[in-house]
Design a protein around this ligand. Structure first.
Ligand code: GAP
Length: 436
């Protein structure tokens, strides 16, 4: 099995991630987080929020509705341009993303270039292709009891618009100094033609985005500040190796319709290098479009000079699933006799696992329960395990990434100590419970 397949298998076996609607045979492009995945995901999202919002004086949060007025997506350009190149095999009628069938191709691939690449249909092996057409990726729905064109709404394809549409509300209530950012975490939906690579490309995903509002002539400085911040966050907070992160300065032809500059942060995933996140200079594209479409003034008045202007925007945008998979790929380690998830302690679902050495010795169980309660109160993320033998417990805790296993044995009953086994080195030390 490939490394990715092994990760998928571990995720299901240990309760991190299950296929969406698993009991009915799944639903392509959707995934459900299990008990451990939920904690890891929450720890990761909290780490992001703590770093980018709580620890800064220039960031504010919003939590906007997923279903928005459809005018949002007209003004943002998504109705007109949020589309992928779709190609259909005329033999078996399989539909594919054309750029994903040709090595090195981008989303702007033409029918001519596609046909020249002479690719076979991945399903039937024939080479009888139709024209490439643009396929809009927004999910449409109807709002209210009338099911016609007047009730069309979209599930948001990016969280960003929930920020832009609240720009004026935040300015009028918080009066932030310029520059400042508005952050949001939440679901986004894309009707991907070919969801793939486990949670890397989904139809329902979550994003963590910041729109950072600046004076027009300050954008380059802010871009560089946020660019350095991404490395600091990914490498020093999340613990991804710098050597696995590569910046890609996206050429104009491949940039989103709103961007004047984009750097994609690529990561070495098990199946190759893929986009982990993007950093884009969105200019005043969104606020100016909102101003035009809504008739509401989106200008900011400088508190000192009184100067008014429509702010420009730098946008760091990272997918929760992509970061989750980067963390798992980096942590997943196969050693001679075990599989270990070497997760950073702040992300691991459990910091400690507490066990009695033997399950059938009431005095050991009683003391271990006391130790468990002490640690649970102190660290919250603590688990209890008295199943099987101690070797099996270590194996399970290694696979779910628990950094420390605490065991109460007979010696500990005498002197108030426990043994603590380190996940990564497997070394054991004896310490007093108060020292944990
Ligand atoms: N607001 C800007 C924006 O949405 P994007 O490059 O389309 O830009 C930003 O998406 C990030 O969201 C990507 O870098 C990726 O991490 C994540 N993402 C986008 N589409 C995704 C999908 N189908 N599945 C999982 N993550 C996705």
């Amino acid at each position: 099995m490939s490394k990715l397949e092994n990760i998928v298998s571990l995720c299901k076996r240990r309760g991190f991630i299950f296929p969406g609607s698993d009991v009915y045979g799944g639903m392509a492009g959707t995934w459900d987080y299990g008990p451990l995945g939920t904690i890891l995901k929450r720890n990761m999202m909290d780490a992001w929020w703590n770093y980018w919002v709580d620890q800064r004086d220039d960031m504010y949060g919003v939590d906007a509705a997923i279903i928005m007025n459809p005018q949002v997506w007209e003004a943002s350009g998504h109705v007109a341009t949020f589309a992928d190149p779709l190609v259909e095999c005329k033999e078996c009628h399989g539909r594919f993303r054309a750029d994903k069938l040709v090595d090195g191709a981008t989303e702007s691939i033409t029918t001519e270039a596609f046909l020249k690449a002479d690719v076979k249909c991945p399903t039937c092996g024939k080479k009888n292709w139709g024209e490439i057409r643009k396929f809009n990726m927004m999910f449409k729905t109807h709002v209210g009891p009338i099911d016609d064109d007047s009730s069309i709404a979209y599930l948001r394809p990016e969280t960003a618009q929930g920020i832009f549409t609240n720009f004026k509300n935040v300015v009028d209530t918080i009066y932030p100094d310029m520059p400042f950012g508005i952050a949001q975490q939440g679901k986004a939906f894309r009707n991907e033609i070919s969801p793939r690579d486990f949670i890397l490309r989904d139809r329902e995903c979550s994003q963590m985005e910041i729109e950072y509002f600046v004076k027009p002539d300050d954008w380059e400085r802010a871009f560089e500040e946020l660019r350095a911040g991404q490395h600091d966050f990914l490498e020093n907070v999340i613990g991804l190796p710098a050597s696995a992160i590569h910046e890609l300065d996206v050429p104009e032809a491949d940039r989103a319709h709103y961007s004047k500059r984009t750097i994609d942060f690529m990561f070495d995933y098990p199946n190759g290098e893929e986009e982990l996140m993007g950093l884009a200079y969105r200019t005043d594209f969104d606020l100016s479009n909102i101003q035009r479409a809504s008739g509401k003034n989106m200008e900011y008045r400088d508190k000192v000079t009184g100067e008014t202007f429509v702010p420009h925007v730098i946008e760091p945008s990272i997918g929760v699933e992509r970061l989750f998979l980067a963390i798992l790929s980096n942590a997943y380690t196969e050693e001679e006799d075990r599989i270990v998830l070497k997760l950073p302690s702040r992300l691991a679902p459990y910091k400690y696992c507490v066990s009695p050495l033997l399950k059938n010795k009431p005095e050991l169980v009683e003391r271990a329960k006391e130790v468990y309660e002490i640690l649970k109160k102190k660290y919250t993320f603590v688990t209890w395990d008295d199943s099987g033998n101690i070797g099996k417990r270590y194996k399970k805790q290694d696979e779910i990434g628990t950094p420390k296993c605490v065991v109460v044995d007979f010696e500990g009953l005498e002197d108030g100590t426990v043994t603590v086994r380190d996940r990564d080195t497997t070394e054991q030390v004896r310490v007093k419970v108060e020292e944990l």
